[in-house]
Design a protein around this ligand. Structure first.
Ligand SMILES: C[S@@+](CC[C@H](N)C(=O)[O-])C[C@H]1O[C@@H](n2cnc3c(N)ncnc32)[C@H](O)[C@@H]1O
Length: 285
């Protein structure tokens, strides 16, 4: 079952229009590998017949196809360094800066099946017990309803548990549930998951102290990246922090961000906040 050039172009423009995801020439294999099982599951005997139905504008099928073309790869404590930077530098600094309001808001803009927000919640519970008296919001969003549903359930299989989760956290925050592991409510109930498409008009959002937007902009074109970064700037508190994936940067896209280095982790602040910080550091020296 290989995809025709016309069908590939059709899927490519649908996915770009609906999710901002760019499928380069040569990605036919990816479309095939995602759509063949989807076609079978939905009772179509080939990609061709799936595409015939898709062209008839069945909104649910279109959404399912777009979701199937998203890459949802994630792990607990993915790339560990950003979580270390949060623990050692960012959270202590924000704890001091927000000691009057005792409020902290974190947004995960491509949360996939939930390991990223849940990793932060576990880390905060473990290392910052004083936050128990704070109002801490974890707002997690993703375009895919399927991953959001999985994230809300907070159930993971053994392979997912083996990827990045320290044993101490497994013992403390999970319980065995058949062949899977269920996250305890003390962690699960702290995260609110909602659908949000980064490349469509954004809903009203509060301002955030920390934005985690990791490993999603790599799929978008330059214009979409610029627009998203511009909007994030307005959603980030002036002294807030933005975390991107290891292969992502604001460089060449938005001059108002400056990269900050914490040990081996890079993150971003607005230029004013970064300048303020370096003046404060110089003042203290
Ligand atoms: C590779 S995962 C990254 C998960 C997590 N942030 C991490 O770094 O481990 C990318 C996620 O972005 C989501 N995504 C793709 N396009 C999106 C869009 N236009 N708006 C919101 N989320 C999107 C996908 O559904 C997927 O779950």
């Amino acid at each position: 079952m290989s995809i025709s050039p016309q069908d590939f172009d059709y899927v490519r423009s649908l996915v770009c229009d609906q999710a901002g995801i760019v499928l380069e020439n040569g990605k036919e294999y990816l479309v095939e590998s995602r759509l063949v099982p989807l076609a079978k599951r939905h009772g179509y005997d080939s990609i061709d017949t799936l595409l015939v139905a898709l062209r008839r504008a069945d909104a649910t099928l279109r959404r399912t196809v777009v979701e199937a073309m998203t890459t949802n790869e994630t792990t607990f404590f993915r790339d560990i360094e950003p979580f270390e930077a949060l623990r050692k530098h960012v959270v202590p600094e924000l704890l001091a800066a927000r000691s009057a309001s005792r409020e902290l808001r974190i947004w995960y803009g491509a949360s996939s099946t939930g390991q990223e927000p849940y990793s932060v919640v576990m880390m905060l519970l473990q290392h910052f017990p004083q936050l128990a008296n704070w109002n801490v919001t974890h707002h997690a969003t993703d375009i895919s309803l399927e991953v959001l549903e999985r994230a809300r359930q907070g159930k993971y299989n053994q392979i997912e548990m083996n990827r990045g989760l320290p044993v101490a956290y497994l013992v403390k925050y999970f319980e065995k549930c058949g062949l899977e592991w269920q996250l305890k409510p003390v962690v699960r109930d702290k995260v609110r998951f909602e659908q949000m498409n980064l490349v469509k008009p954004w809903p009203a959002l509060p301002v955030f102290d920390i934005v985690m937007l990791r490993n999603v902009m790599i799929y978008f074109d330059i214009e979409a990246k610029k627009q998203i970064l511009g909007k994030i700037r307005r959603q980030l508190r002036p002294d807030g922090y933005l975390f991107l994936g290891g292969a992502e940067t604001t460089m060449g896209l938005d001059d108002s961000f400056r990269r900050m280095q914490f040990d081996r982790a890079g993150c971003y602040r607005t230029s004013e906040a970064a300048a303020g910080l370096s003046m404060a550091t110089r003042g203290a020296a």
